[in-house]
Design a protein around this ligand. Structure first.
Ligand code: PXP
Length: 241
């Protein structure tokens, strides 16, 4: 079984677009956990255009009512991000090598280059009892180093996997991801995965049992619109006719 951590950034984006607290991110988190999801993920970026740092605090308070459920905070470890994470003490922190203005995460860490910057950050987070995950490209050769710099887990960046789904190169791509996941397991790491996973492609990635947790946001939100849209349009038509 693979745990589902629902990424609520898109709920934050929708909320922020109107300057009102609607949809309410904490309410959506509560519903999500009430349905049995294992956890909630947010990725507060420096401009807080999706989830905000305040959301991190509010989610931490909510999670106290859901024993066993986990809060995962993702992001680039700049000073402000680290201050919030160390204060909130989420169960898990996924470190991502994002530029401040990046549209979305689009690559994993280059550990040969970034290891010296990461080591003290990882040590600081772990000293607070926070599980540390490094966002990584599906490169089997990098996994031992992820362990060596102190990570507990890696999160495989799955955009390449999602793009290959249904294409000719799918089996090769899936093999590459499974190989990277196995290398991480062999190095003593646990394996998460995320980015562009959806209802169609998630099972093939997880069915071999190597992926402990997936975090899914964009597609899950879009699928919720798709699967709920007709009912809502019908409900409006009923009221107006
Ligand atoms: N993992 C990381 C590091 C991310 O930045 C994101 C997007 O915020 C995700 C997973 C989830 O990706 P998606 O929104 O495509 O499900």
């Amino acid at each position: 079984m693979t745990h589902l951590s629902v990424n609520l950034n898109k709920i934050g984006l929708l909320r922020n677009s109107r300057g009102r607290d609607y949809p309410n991110l904490i309410h959506m988190a509560e519903r999500t956990l009430g349905l049995g999801a294992f956890g909630i993920t947010i990725h507060p970026r420096p401009d807080q255009r999706h989830a905000t740092y305040q959301d991190a605090h509010d989610l931490k308070a909510l999670l106290k009512r859901f024993p066993g459920a986990e809060l995962n905070i993702e992001g680039f470890p700049d000073a402000q991000f680290l201050e919030v994470v160390l204060e909130v003490e989420p169960d898990q922190c996924t470190l991502v090598p994002d530029d401040p203005n990046q549209l979305t995460s689009d690559h994993g860490w280059n550990l040969a280059r970034d290891q010296d910057a990461l080591r003290p950050v990882i040590a600081q987070l772990k000293a607070k009892g926070i599980r540390v995950v490094l966002f990584m490209d599906p490169d089997a050769d990098s996994m031992a180093m992820a362990k060596e710099v102190g990570a507990d887990r890696v999160e495989l960046y799955t955009e390449g996997y999602a793009n290959a789904f249904g294409q000719e190169n799918f089996n090769d791509t899936l093999r590459q991801y499974q190989h990277a996941a196995q290398a991480a397991l062999d190095a003593g790491l646990t394996v998460n995965a995320g980015h562009d996973l959806d209802l169609n492609n998630v099972q093939a990635l997880c069915e071999q049992g190597r992926i402990a947790e997936v975090s899914i946001g964009h597609a899950l939100t879009t699928e919720a619109l798709d699967m709920g849209w007709d009912n809502v349009v019908k409900a409006y038509l009923e009221r107006l006719n």
